[in-house]
Design a protein around this ligand. Structure first.
Ligand SMILES: *Cc1c(COP(=O)(O)O)cnc(C)c1O
Length: 369
């Protein structure tokens, strides 16, 4: 039986990529904000309907760099139900993460619980649009205004998502996208900071911070790192962006097949996409709660049949070896429970509906009566 991976990176036609990169053999300009970098910036601004974008070599450095650019200090309120990167970006900047619990239905930060966690050291909120589910952006904005906090969204899962027709990148002070190979849109490795609100100097500062803080041939203004996206990454992005609408259409069909097969099964919880959200169908999370098998048994059963699913996100950030002596994962009981029950199922454009049916059969018939 054919092995099914949890994801498969989108790639353009080989000839299209070769076409795109061929001019690099004339220019010999391989990195440092060349023509591909400029073209991808312009194409992404148009696709995302956003005023400002700064490209990075990956999403994580983008997030680290924007925290650095805002000169944030003290504490940042965030979620433990996320990928390691979110928390690491806070800690690696010398700040303290303060963990807020999540909603039981969409797994994003529970905005009702944020205010209680604010202290005089709080400088920002860093929520995550988990699986592309949109955070309670209105409530978060209200709190941020009241306490004068920055809001940086980890939008790694939410590339191109819209809510009530409004592009996701318009919320908060800034958002980070990841263009990692496994994401819905990829530049092999890559990422970006996007923002709509005019913010004095932010774009320039981010652009300098990603290039050693260099401001000119004889001027280094900031203690920056090296986080530049190279021309081959940018070219991959240019090509992948062209095929993205088609890829999302296929993903939508697959997600709908999962919904059709698994909805109504007692003990299986699938999150519904609200009618006001235009999704990118980046993940298909399924939660097993009082089901005939627990999450780990479903995972093992699929694995025995050559199907790779992912315990995503598990373990919870606060249970990582590097954090578990500093934080108690039981302080966020909803996140703790969800993390032990959640599984993301294979989802990528070329996955066939027959394969989806087989995966669902294994989940449903795997339960011993
Ligand atoms: C992928 C991801 C990141 C990190 O992005 P990279 O491009 O891999 O560095 C950060 N946060 C979340 C939620 C992610 O899924």
């Amino acid at each position: 039986m054919k092995k099914i991976q949890v994801t498969q990176s989108s790639m353009p036609k080989f000839e299209d990529y070769i076409d795109e990169i061929s001019s690099l053999w004339e220019s010999h300009w391989l990195t440092n904000m060349g023509e591909k970098h400029k073209k991808l910036e312009a194409n992404l601004k148009e696709y995302l309907e956003i005023e400002n974008i700064v490209l990075f070599n990956n999403g994580h450095t983008a997030l680290e760099t924007v925290i650095n650019a805002y000169d944030l200090k003290g504490e940042i309120i965030t979620t433990p139900f996320t990928f390691a990167s979110t928390t690491h970006s806070i800690v690696r900047n010398g700040l303290t993460p303060v963990f807020c619990d999540i909603n039981d239905d969409d797994y994003t930060i529970d905005a009702e619980k944020i205010e209680n966690l604010i202290t005089d050291k709080t400088s920002a909120i860093l929520p995550v649009h988990v699986y592309g589910n949109v955070c309670n952006v209105r409530k978060i904005e209200t709190i941020a205004k009241k306490y004068n906090l920055k809001v940086i969204y980890d939008a790694a899962h939410a590339f191109g998502v819209k809510v009530n027709g409004v592009p996701i990148a318009k919320f908060g002070d800034a958002s980070m996208f990841s263009f990692h190979a496994t994401k819905v849109f990829n530049t092999i490795e890559g990422g970006a900071i996007v923002f709509d609100k005019k913010q004095s100097n932010l774009e320039t500062k981010l652009n300098r911070l990603k290039n050693f803080g260099i401001a000119g041939p004889e001027s280094v203004e900031y203690i920056g790192g090296n986080a530049k996206m190279n021309e081959f990454q940018a070219a991959m992005g240019i090509c992948n962006l062209k095929i993205l609408p088609e890829e999302i259409k296929k993903r939508k069909c697959i997600a709908e097949r999962y919904v059709k097969n698994l909805s109504g099964v007692s003990g299986i919880i699938i999150s519904n996409i609200s009618s006001n959200v235009e999704s990118n169908y980046s993940y298909f999370p399924v939660r097993f709660k009082n089901y005939g098998m627990n999450r780990d048994e479903v995972y093992e059963n699929l694995l025995d049949n050559g199907i790779i699913s992912r315990k995503y996100f598990y373990p919870l950030i606060t249970d990582f070896e590097c954090y578990n002596t500093l934080f108690d994962s039981y302080d966020t009981p909803v996140a703790k429970e969800v993390s032990s029950q959640i599984l993301t199922l294979p989802l990528y454009a070329s996955l066939s509906l027959d394969e989806v049916d087989r995966i669902c059969d294994l989940i449903i018939k795997g339960v011993k009566k």
